[in-house]
Design a protein around this ligand. Structure first.
Ligand code: NDP
Length: 464
């Protein structure tokens, strides 16, 4: 018996099912967290047979329990002078291989379960990047849509007034996510610096002239396409002329479209929460620049695209529909890049029916468990989020390295490192899937590849 073996480890029954049942009982009403844990634990069955030491050290019970959960009040004044109150969160999930690292999401749907799923995913994703980063995630139910710049600033200042006491360049380094882009990171950084009297790399995604890294804004989208390109290579295919569906129209979507154009593909869709744009002529660089201005400067809605580009069609969001129309458009590849669970079983069936051969997840957990299983069963090239969208956090890791060294690398140097990291992540996932007897199953490859390094570090560091 090892020093870590507790006296009453169960030997019978299905250990994985027991752990999952406990996670569900301890975290009721957190369905997204249950979903993320279930997907990872399902893959780990293959590992536990070979590594009983993880079970005796109760790594699964420990890795599914956040090291720390912070939840706090965020009061602020709106432009009419009225008091508004939001809820702030930071989940510090796992620091076995480095400081907590992961984005902040500002969206009205944000709650504890969503952030716990994102923080849990982040642990494995960060491990896959090969960089020394633990996993965390945070945010607020604050909705930046329709708010003035001053309101966003007052909110960010209030949020950081509490968060600053929990984070730091060697402790926890947040970044952006849905609703948190360059503007919000600027306000958050300004308030951190003012309160702590320190100019440090405490946030990533900073402005280029005050510590940000070149390519960080582009990294998640570019990285996702680099990863997808590696998947295509395994079947001796290229992006040339391939029709691509891209959902969302924010940071990840915009740079996915840009890199798809570099690779000779033909992206044909956008979306936001109001509906879907289908542009049969394809999105070119001029249209992309127009959307970037619409979304990043004017902060408008994607439906305006049809006012400018008359051949495009807008399909408004219809909650009564049993499917999302974006996934019912005939195409070769799909890049879900908006939000979680945007591809359900019916959408997966539509994609497969229309001959879609590749799904690369720019968003976090955009496919339900059922949809994922359908893609894997159909032998679709399927790039799970924690691998395919890891380019964002990998480049955040590069931003941290540049901040520590007080220097900045060129655009080409960062892009080259990002590209190599994405190739390496694909290789890890591909080879791990084979090693554990499920060739081509990159879900298993990513979950196992990400898990092993963290689990081994936890074993090395004792019962903490
Ligand atoms: P943005 O806020 O820049 O864009 C989000 C886009 O998705 C918007 O078009 C938004 O539309 C749409 N969207 C968000 N929520 C919903 C919803 N509930 N229903 C329909 N559409 C929705 O965020 P990002 O591009 O940064 O993030 C997109 C995804 O990528 C998220 O899952 C995020 O976790 C993931 N990701 C992001 C990384 C990054 O570096 N930014 C890194 C890794 C993953 P609307 O404006 O109407 O809300």
């Amino acid at each position: 018996m090892s020093v870590m073996t507790p006296p009453n480890v169960k030997n019978s029954g299905d250990y994985i099912e027991d752990v999952l049942a406990t996670v569900k009982a301890k975290n009721p009403a957190e369905s997204e967290f249950h979903q993320a844990v279930q997907e990872v634990l399902d893959s780990l069955r293959l590992v536990l047979q070979k590594h009983p030491e993880y079970r005796s050290a109760r790594i699964l019970e420990r890795i599914t329990e956040p090291e720390r959960v912070l939840m706090f009040r965020v009061p602020w004044f709106d432009d009419r002078g009225e008091v508004q109150v939001n809820r702030g969160f930071r989940i510090e999930m796992n620091s076995a291989i480095g400081p907590y690292k992961g984005g902040l999401r500002f969206h009205p749907s944000v709650n504890l379960g969503i952030l716990k799923f994102l923080a849990f995913e982040q642990v494995f994703k960060n491990s896959l990047t090969t960089l020394p980063m633990g996993g965390g995630k945070g945010g607020s139910d604050f909705d930046p849509k329709g708010k003035s710049d001053n309101e966003v600033m007052r909110f960010c200042q209030s949020f950081m007034t509490e968060l600053q006491r929990h984070i730091g360049p060697d402790t926890d380094v947040p970044a952006g996510d849905i609703g948190v882009g360059g503007r919000e990171i600027g306000f958050l950084f300004g308030q951190y610096k003012r309160l702590r009297n320190e100019f440090t790399g405490v946030l990533t995604g900073k402005g280029l002239n005050w510590g940000g890294s070149l390519i960080r804004p582009e990294a998640t989208g570019y990285g996702c396409v680099y990863f997808a390109n590696e998947m295509l290579k395994t079947r001796k295919e290229t992006f040339d002329g391939k029709l691509c569906l891209v959902s969302g129209s924010g940071n990840v979507s915009q740079y996915t479209v840009e890199k798809l154009l570099d690779f000779g593909a033909k992206p044909i869709t956008w979306s936001d929460s109001d509906g879907v744009i289908f542009d049969p002529d394809g999105i070119d660089r001029e249209k992309l620049a127009w959307v970037m201005e619409l979304k990043n400067v004017r902060r408008g809605r994607i439906r305006e695209y049809t006012d400018k580009y008359k051949k495009a069609v807008f399909m408004p969001t219809d909650v009564k529909l049993d499917h999302n129309p974006i996934w019912n458009i005939k195409a070769d590849c799909a890049f879900p890049s908006a939000t979680q669970n945007e591809i359900k079983a019916k959408d997966a069936a539509n994609l497969l029916k229309n001959g879609c051969k590749l799904v690369a997840e720019g968003a976090n957990m955009p496919c339900t468990l059922e949809a994922t299983k359908m893609f894997l069963d159909a032998k679709t090239l399927y790039g799970p989020a924690k691998a395919a969208n890891a380019g964002g956090v990998a480049t955040s890791g590069l931003e941290m390295a540049q901040n520590s060294a007080r220097l900045s690398w060129t655009r080409e140097e960062v892009d080259d490192r990002l590209h190599k990291i994405m190739i390496a992540i694909h290789k890890t996932c591909f080879e791990t899937a084979e090693k554990y007897g499920t060739p081509g199953n990159l879900v298993n490859g990513a979950n196992i590849g990400g898990f092993m390094k963290v689990a081994n570090a936890m074993l090395d560091q004792g019962l903490v």
